[in-house]
Design a protein around this ligand. Structure first.
Ligand SMILES: [Ca+2]
Length: 228
């Protein structure tokens, strides 16, 4: 009977802990959240905590840099936090930064951005493989699964500048890709060869999607979105 009472009382303690966690999660939005969307789930809150300068843009997506979005996997349990393995973080932060490519060279064909790029289109275009219209997307798993990076600003991005949510960095993590920019707009993809050399090994012309990267899985280190 005494044992039962103890069990009962610890059960109450556990319950009240759950209640206080729930209260925490249901707490008022921070002032900063007012700019975007309040992170409503445990998963999204944990993701925001990993990227201190990020802004929430939707229930599964944060903006980690201007024009760069990071999304939770489609099948992520929103009640389960994202846990980062920090064992390699110190090594990553002391690694010397890769120099930006001096000159971005694309393929010999179709290097021009078409004159008919439809920036005037006000209505949203269709989502492609989970990738919003006007974005070029990279996924950590095959078939557009796993974590997703979405880029909309025309710029070169070194993937080794972005922390991968569960540990390490985003370089050598990409397993599928899509380009849902305006029709005809290009994206170029790079592998870093060392000594300042970036090798363009793939390119795409919107709309385009590939569920795997045959021969180049987990190799990509950089993306140039809409080269000019
Ligand atoms: Ca690589």
């Amino acid at each position: 009977m005494q044992r039962l009472a103890r069990v009962f009382s610890s059960g109450v303690a556990a319950l009240s802990l759950i209640a206080s966690i729930s209260a925490l999660n249901a707490g008022p939005a921070h002032a900063a959240d007012a700019v975007g969307v309040a992170p409503t789930s445990i998963a999204l809150r944990s993701l925001v905590a990993l990227y201190p300068n990020s802004t929430v843009v939707s229930s599964d997506t944060i903006e980690i840099e201007e024009g760069v979005l990071l999304s939770l996997p489609k099948n992520h349990n929103m009640n389960v936090p994202v846990i980062r393995d920090q064992s390699g973080d110190q090594e990553s932060s002391t690694k010397s930064r890769r120099p930006a490519p001096a000159e971005l060279r694309g393929p010999d064909v179709a290097t021009d951005r078409p004159a008919t790029v439809e920036f005037a289109a006000a209505a949203d275009g269709p989502v492609l493989a989970g990738c919003s219209y006007k974005y070029s997307c990279l996924y950590s798993d095959n078939n557009y699964a796993g974590y997703r990076l979405s880029f909309t600003t025309c710029a070169f991005r070194d993937l080794s500048r972005y922390a991968y949510p569960t540990g390490g960095l985003w370089n050598d993590k990409v397993s599928s890709w899509s380009n849902n920019q305006t029709t005809g707009t290009l994206s170029w993809y790079y592998n870093y060869e060392g000594n300042g050399r970036w090798l363009q090994f793939l390119n795409s012309k919107a709309p385009y999607a590939a569920g795997q990267i045959t021969g180049y899985n987990n190799m990509m280190d950089g993306i140039q979105v809409c080269p000019t």
